[in-house]
Ligand binder design. Sequence first.
Ligand code: ARG
Ligand code: ZN
Length: 423
Amino acid sequence: MSRLGLFTLLFGLALVAAEQGYEGYRIYEVTPTNAAQGKLLHGLSQQGYDFLSLSRLVGHPSRVIVSPAQLSSFEELLKEQLISNRLLNDNLGATIAMEFAQRQLQRRLSPITGKGRLSTDRYYTHEEITNYIDDLAARYPERVYVKTVGWSYEKRIIKTITITNGDRRPNKKVIFMDGTFHAREWISPAAVLYVIDQLAEQFDQNADLLKDYDWVILPVVNPDGYEHTQKGTLARIFRKTRQPYKYLGQTCYGADPNRNFDFHWNEEGASSTPCVDTYAGPKPFSEPETVVVRDLMHSLADRGVMYLTIHSFGNYLLYPWGWTNDLPETWMDLDEVAKAGGDAIEAATGTVYAVGSSTNVLYIAAGASDDYAFYAGFNISITMELSGGGITGFDPPASKIDEFVTETWIGIRAMAEKVIEKY
Ligand code: ARG
Ligand code: ZN
């Protein structure tokens, strides 16, 4: 490491230590061995425990943050209920501080960009991503265009990029993809950028995907939250939007955009408390960001064949419903497309994605965008939860980005091929 590098690292560490973010917080991995334990863990997520990942499948590990104040009752519960567990990290504050300092260092070494191709060797800001898609539209005016579709609560611009094959045939079928619903899931915009690169820059290799379909892509649904997570260690694992809500005399920020859609809104797996991570919002579509996605969905619905939303983490390919454990009538079509993605990834890299309905494979959670898109008319609607990395799971080191996004593309390509064959 260079002298400047070392200085940056130490300075970063001092700065964040002063901030005291998550000092003494722990991360536990807990694995339910029967359905009752699974239910119990899910209950904790509604009671102020911040789950970094949560699965309802018996034998599948979940990760939860435990604050110093929660520690003794949490440990007692584990003991009483005989829940299998492992301490993954005994000071989240220190670990995030380290990750933050390393990132600062990397940013020094690779300056702000937004023109030309974006590499997969670091994460980009909302501004960089926006500049990049604008630049693509300028470079490929016959095939690519960018449209402003709205503004976030803090008035950041929200744009879509539409990629076509340039034949100008109107009313083609549509694949609508988005990313960065959740602020801390940084691999999501990285994966979406890679898809954009493939379709726009590597057009010759992917022209088959654009023959009868246009791709409409919204890389950053939640720019306020995403920018917030880049401000410091305390903010790094923030999930929601940034609209402030008052609760018992304090201010908590944001609603969970993936609980804010008006379809069985706030019925299950969401919270009415503003300070909880899965806060559904005071009413459906209380967040300007979800209004943007809703309006896009309706404007595309009659051409929209597949909706794909990119989250992290856990390696899941999920389809409706997420508000009930019933399956939609056409679940076999959904399953066929999702499996095509999972199988392609497993064949290429060995990574195994769990495929199934959101409620059955992950947990019940109503008011999400996937259910809404399906209800609005998309034949296929899939939430893809990518691979995790770093101690929280939301922080794969930059050196892993390339591996994760190329793998994701293999799955997305396979799902698109299946959709094109079927519809
Ligand atoms: N991790 C995503 C979330 O919690 C999964 C959403 C799955 N879809 C659903 N309708 N529950 O928001
Ligand atoms: Zn998410």
